[in-house]
Write a protein that binds this ligand. Structure first.
Ligand code: ADE
Ligand code: ZN
Length: 330
């Protein structure tokens, strides 16, 4: 039985497998610049975050209808459930769809068709987190938040993603203030490719409750100390870091040192269709390659639920945590 866990860093568009991309392309009459799924998979060799994002945005053009978003999310939830995910907090990138003429309602209600029945179908509880693209303007982010107003009952929080360097968190101060005023939870990617100062800014300027990636905190001992003291969860994505060359090898990933330092780490899959593994695969890779002790693995699983936005359902969180404590990590 796979480790029971929550997934807190997962871009739903990053779960678009080549087979589904081709099926949706055919359904929607979209031409893909790849002969077949094999040729497409061969393009999954990335130099950095940008080279990945170029393909990620190009491929998601096959997503056009509510049904497409529902099929995408349902396929992810089925895979996640099979790999031990009990709870998933799912990012989506509305600006990437709005720019193509696909409306906010199509995206959110499409995703909701799958999320709304995920508990009964897959045994996975879910939350939805709307991300702003940091390489778009602050005005565009604010317009996106506006466009989401009719759908806020479906959305738990906001996040910040896409090309990091040159787009510091402070650019989005106002939109995060507006999101907080609407009662939305706040997270942001920071310290993936960007410098440790972006992590500090995400905390101090945007008021985030979790940092997505946060990997580069290890370069700043004072920042590590603060993150430990304030118990700020980091949603690490080790397989993503290897594929996007943020770290040289998985064996050299700083996760063990980060846990030893007392950081509240979680492990997640980021864009599993592109990076070679879903949540369970990621846990297995970390276990096998980094040689973490059983109690460290339990800590990672426990942290995933402690860091999740389940404050509105503490009974459920307690149930999940009890499962982690009862699990035999070997
Ligand atoms: N969008 C999808 N995956 C991302 C990542 N790893 N970093 C930034 N933006 C993303
Ligand atoms: Zn991410």
């Amino acid at each position: 039985m796979p480790v029971p866990k929550a997934e807190l860093h997962l871009h739903i568009e990053g779960t678009l497998e080549p087979e589904l991309a081709f099926a949706l392309a055919a359904r929607n009459g979209v031409e893909l610049p790849y002969a077949d799924t094999g040729t497409l998979r061969e393009a999954y060799r990335f130099q950095d975050l940008k080279s990945f994002l170029d393909l990620y945005y190009a491929l998601m053009t096959v997503l056009r209808t509510e049904r497409d978003f529902a099929d995408l999310a349902d396929a992810y939830l089925a895979r996640a459930a099979a790999q031990g995910v009990r709870h998933a907090e799912i990012f989506f990138d509305p600006q990437a769809h709005l720019a193509r003429g696909v409306g906010m309602g199509t995206v959110v209600e499409g995703l909701w068709r799958a999320l709304g029945r995920s508990e009964e179908r897959h045994g996975v509880s879910t939350r939805l987190i709307m991300c702003f693209l940091r390489d778009e303007s602050a005005e565009s982010a604010m317009a996106t938040l506006d466009a989401a107003t009719p759908y806020l009952h479906r959305i738990t929080g906001v996040g910040l993603d896409s090309a990091e360097v040159g787009h510091p968190p402070r650019k989005f101060r106002e939109v995060y203030e507006a999101a907080a005023a609407l009662g939305l939870r706040r997270v942001a990617h920071a310290g993936e490719e960007g410098p440790p100062e972006y992590i500090t800014e995400a905390l101090d300027v945007l008021g985030v409750e979790r940092v997505d990636h946060g990997l580069r905190c290890v370069e700043e001992p004072a920042l590590v100390e603060r993150l430990v003291r304030e118990r700020v969860p980091l949603t690490l994505c080790p397989l993503s870091n290897v594929r996007l060359r943020t770290v040289d090898t998985l064996a050299g990933h700083p996760l063990p040192a980060m846990l030893d330092a007392g950081l509240m780490c979680t492990v997640n899959s980021d864009d599993p269709a592109y990076f070679g593994g879903y949540a369970g695969d990621t846990f297995d890779a970390v276990r096998e390659t980094l040689g973490l002790a059983p109690e460290r693995l339990r800590e990672l699983a426990r942290n995933s639920f402690l860091a999740s936005f389940l404050e509105d359902d503490e009974e459920r969180r307690a149930r999940y945590l009890a499962e982690v404590e009862a699990y035999d990590f070997g």
